[in-house]
Design a protein around this ligand. Structure first.
Ligand SMILES: Cc1ncc(COP(=O)(O)O)c(C=O)c1O
Length: 387
């Protein structure tokens, strides 16, 4: 049994989450960025220590055993059969999204995203001088749906060239079903729209749901899509900057690789390679226990709100360790809500409005922390609201 209750001091460790200016408030609890407060599995630490103690850090390359660890993880965890030749390593998934935008579209082209969505999707499009087209998701009481008529209409009306899919979907915690993915894929195929499927959260799936890799929906989908994966969310390795982009189609792979070379992005560093291989080789049990623990945190949170703050609605996540919460009943505008969270509740959250259309009045809680931290955070929130 792994110990996810252990509280680890993270201040003073170059942590984006713990060393930011907002953390000067000694009561502040950071629950924003998707970065977990858990120690990764022992085999990853051991692999890193072993490599560090070797003391020679010349140029590195992924080995056969590295590729096999990725291939095996995808097969055993997701019934996803890939070949090692399809894998292109990058130093992050957001970097890969930017490369894909540049590789497959031209300046001024329209690229569609669903809203609300992980905000770097927009940035990847805008920074490369392409145009964002939105397909708003429909919020129905307690969950979100895609209106496929709107999805197709937006593609046609705006001559969309690419769609960036978040599978599963951050921030709303939706795990797309095979049928939904089929509809998305068929519409994109019909209108010759490239699909970039960001599957970085693929390993956080709760009971009753299944992650379906986009290529598994229909074999023909590999002709116009790429799949972004990484061990970084699953094993808390974000700072090691190692991702695996899966591109079956040779032409798409060549274009992506060419863009990667042109961008100056180098191959992942030796520690990233070591950590990824150890995680995918030894981490299955650790992830099973982690997902169990997270699902306990989510249950705790839902119960807390239902009993003590029933006016606030938790959108029950099907996946991810990020929980989307509807705070509109508090009657605050976005600035008031943000100030309230920071100054009264001492919680540093990702504000709903940063995820774009439909996000205002919501907050995204990162619950990948020991239960005691979550408990403290919810009690701080309750106290602030009741005051
Ligand atoms: C959907 C999604 N894609 C990508 C990332 C970040 O990926 P990376 O750190 O590899 O750039 C995140 C992090 O939260 C995410 O939620």
């Amino acid at each position: 049994m792994y110990d996810f209750d252990k509280v680890i001091e993270r201040k003073g460790t170059n942590s984006v989450k713990y060393d930011g200016e907002k953390m000067q408030d000694s009561h502040m609890i950071p629950m924003w960025v998707a970065d977990m407060d858990f120690e990764t599995l022992p085999e990853v630490k051991e692999a890193l220590v072993k490599r560090a103690s070797h003391g020679v850090f010349g140029y590195a390359t992924p080995t056969e055993s590295y590729y096999q660890s990725v291939v095996n993880w995808m097969k055993t965890r997701h019934h996803f059969d890939i070949q090692k030749e399809w894998i292109v390593t990058t130093s992050g998934v957001v970097g890969a999204l930017k490369l894909a935008v540049r590789a497959y579209t031209q300046k001024g082209d329209a690229i569609m995203v669903m809203k609300p969505v992980y905000y770097p999707f927009d940035a990847s499009i805008n920074l490369n001088e392409r145009m964002v087209v939105e397909c708003p998701l429909v919020f129905q009481d307690d969950h979100y749906e895609c209106d496929f008529e709107v999805f197709e209409k937006q593609i046609v009306d705006h001559d969309v060239k690419m769609f960036i899919l978040c599978n599963p979907h951050n921030p709303i915690g939706k795990v797309w079903t095979r049928d939904e993915l089929y509809q998305i894929g068929k519409i994109c195929q019909k209108h010759q729209v490239y699909v970039i499927s960001d599957e970085i959260h693929m390993d956080f799936i709760y009971e009753g749901n299944e992650h379906v890799p986009f290529y598994n929906v229909d074999p023909s989908f590999a002709e116009f899509s790429i799949i972004c994966t990484a061990p970084s969310k699953t094993f808390n390795l974000a700072a090691l900057q190692t991702s695996n982009i899966i591109i079956k189609n040779e032409d798409l792979r060549e274009k992506f690789q060419k863009e990667k070379n042109a961008s100056g992005m180098s191959d992942p560093n030796i520690f990233g390679l070591e950590a990824c291989e150890a995680a995918y080789t030894y981490g299955a049990q650790w992830v099973d226990e982690l997902v169990d623990y997270l699902s306990g945190n989510i249950a705790y949170m839902k119960e807390f709100f239902a009993e003590r703050l029933p006016e606030i609605k938790v959108i029950d996540p099907q996946g991810l360790y990020l929980v989307w919460v509807d705070m509109r009943s508090l009657g605050m505008n976005k600035d008031e809500l943000e100030t309230f969270m920071l100054e009264k509740a001492h919680l540093w959250l990702d504000e709903g409005y940063i995820f774009g259309t439909g996000g205002e009045g919501f907050e995204r809680f990162n619950v990948a922390c020991p239960r005691s931290t979550l408990k403290q955070a919810l009690e701080q929130l309750e106290k602030a609201i009741k005051e």
